[in-house]
Design a protein around this ligand. Structure first.
Ligand code: GDG
Length: 485
């Protein structure tokens, strides 16, 4: 897309792919941690177009033009980013309120964590309208495909379609969609479903989430469901509901894992955490109550109690990426997790050794990959997770094919990573036994399992994911794929 041209593709998300921040080292441009941005960014680099997102970096305003836009990535501009500014109140009602204290816990079935205020909902709708207006401005009167991301924008499709019924609108819901028995707790269920059904296409990671969504539309609105169970008709509008399991750029992870920089970092990490001669376990999670971090620490407790032969022989490294720390539930979780880590280190640690190394900060990809590559086992324990990209990144980075993936059956990724070891995070003893099994697993079995998973992630990568979503969108838009650059 050249300057002045209208974009063929308009993507909308809450978090932006590049954040400009003022730090003590001056202004830095960072890529935020989080699955959505990681998955979508390579796609946008390939397709071009325009990405609309909330500009929440402290120096974001200094880098946009008069239309609040900039070209990114900064080092090799490929597409435009338009930043939307939110007031403090909008941020509290929309982002911290309705999106993250209501829809997030609802969709992950954490009913006790639901917090609702009418102003949250009003703020949510207002911000959705603001983003939808930006989409309409950017599209002008021209044809374009609109691809909205995630639970932050359930109401935007309705606003866009009311003004421009001809624009093909698709929304990808990156988190689970709960069964009707859970969704019915939602006091805005009717309006939310009605707004979503303005879309031509709604994507989820798994068929199970599609089925849940379709059942909600039928039960709540009395919508008609097509014979195949994946098409919904409501008030004359047809919406296709399809699963598109999100994938990663596996080649990029392999390449990074094989780099000299990674080798150097591995050696540094080995020295820093005294890992030589010890087996290494790894956990990488946003600090979120859905990720099962306390459950993981409980399992480690059982593991070291039950299998003392691993004292001083096994180090568990847990990366905790701070997240949504303005919300009380997240602050409570952080405190609880850090306390438990300390307790484990006091109970089991020796002068020479700490069982759990906690890296309490967000790491960029270049620093995650050496950990992925060197870990003998990866412990992924969500109690609910739409997909979980970390599982796939670990597998792709395992170029030495020695590691074992232990994966919760409640992560969407479990449906694809069939050669991992299945764990139930609520069963601490089962997880402890699985850790032992992984540590004692013969080399041939480890190799066979990780190789099968690596085959999967290289055959189904970010490009396959993107092509299937874009193919579907293009057919809905009646545009050929060539319409997308
Ligand atoms: C949501 C859904 C779904 C970078 N630094 C850190 C870090 N990153 C990157 C990882 C990975 C991503 O963040 C985390 O992705 P996940 O998929 O594991 O989790 P969510 O952020 O909850 O993502 C999820 C995803 O959207 C995509 O649709 O899979 O189910 O919840 O790419 O490389 N991650 C962590 N620490 C860092 O320091 N944890």
């Amino acid at each position: 897309m050249n300057a002045g041209e209208k974009p063929n593709l308009i993507v909308v998300s809450c978090r932006e792919p590049y954040v400009h921040k003022r730090t003590s080292r001056g202004v830095v441009c960072e890529r935020p941690a989080g699955g959505l941005v990681t998955a979508l960014e390579p796609a946008m680099q390939r397709l071009g177009g325009l990405w609309i997102a909330w500009g929440d970096g402290s120096a974001d305003r200094d880098f946009v033009d008069a239309e609040d836009k900039l070209w990114v990535p900064p080092e090799a501009p490929a597409y435009q980013l338009r930043r939307i500014w939110l007031t403090q109140e909008e941020r509290e009602m929309f982002y911290l309120g309705f999106a993250n204290q209501y829809l997030w816990p609802l969709c992950h079935m954490f009913i006790d964590a639901l917090r609702f205020k009418r102003v949250f909902w009003q703020g949510y709708k207002a911000v959705n309208e603001k983003f939808a207006t930006a989409v309409l401005e950017e599209a002008g009167g021209a044809p374009a495909a609109v691809w909205i991301q995630d639970y932050h924008f359930a109401c935007a499709p309705h606003v866009i379609k009311s003004a421009r019924p001809d624009l093909p609108v698709s929304l990808f819901w990156h988190i689970p969609w709960p069964p009707w028995d859970i969704f019915r707790f939602c006091s805005q269920k009717t309006e939310l479903l009605e707004c979503l059904l303005a879309c031509d296409l709604i994507g989820f990671h798994l068929d199970r989430y599609c089925e849940n969504f379709v059942a909600c539309a039928r039960e709540c609105l009395g919508a008609n469901v097509g014979d195949d169970g994946f098409e919904v008709e409501y008030r004359g509008q047809c919406t296709a509901v399809k699963s598109f399991p999100i994938e990663i750029d596996s080649q990029l992870f392999q390449k990074l894992a094989a780099s000299q920089k990674t080798e150097n970092s591995m050696q540094r990490l080995e020295r820093k955490y005294s890992l030589a001669g010890r087996k290494v376990g790894l956990g990488v999670d946003r600090l979120d109550y859905t990720k099962g971090i306390p459950e993981k620490l409980r399992a480690l407790d059982v593991f070291f109690t039950r299998y003392p032969q691993f004292i001083e022989k096994f180090v568990f490294i847990q990366v905790l990426a701070p997240s949504r720390s303005k919300i009380q539930a997240y602050r409570v979780l952080t405190e609880r997790v850090l306390q438990k880590v300390e307790e484990l280190n006091i109970r089991f640690g020796t002068n020479e050794w700490k069982p759990v190394v906690c890296i309490n900060s967000s790491l960029d990809r270049e620093n995650l990959v050496p950990l992925y590559r060197m870990a003998d086992l990866m412990l992924i324990t969500p109690v609910q997770d739409g997909m979980n990209l970390v599982a796939k990144e670990y597998v792709a980075s395992q170029i030495d094919e020695k590691g074992v993936l232990l994966l919760s059956e409640f992560a969407g990724a479990h449906e694809e990573m069939k050669h991992s070891i299945t764990i139930n995070p609520y069963d601490s003893e089962g997880v402890a036994d699985a850790i032992r099994r992984a540590l004692e697993m013969p080399e041939a079995e480890r190799k066979k399992r990780i190789r099968a998973s690596r085959d999967f992630v290289s055959k189904h990568d970010a490009n396959t994911w993107l092509d299937s979503v874009m193919g579907e969108l293009a057919s809905l838009a009646d545009l050929s794929k060539h319409a997308f650059r």
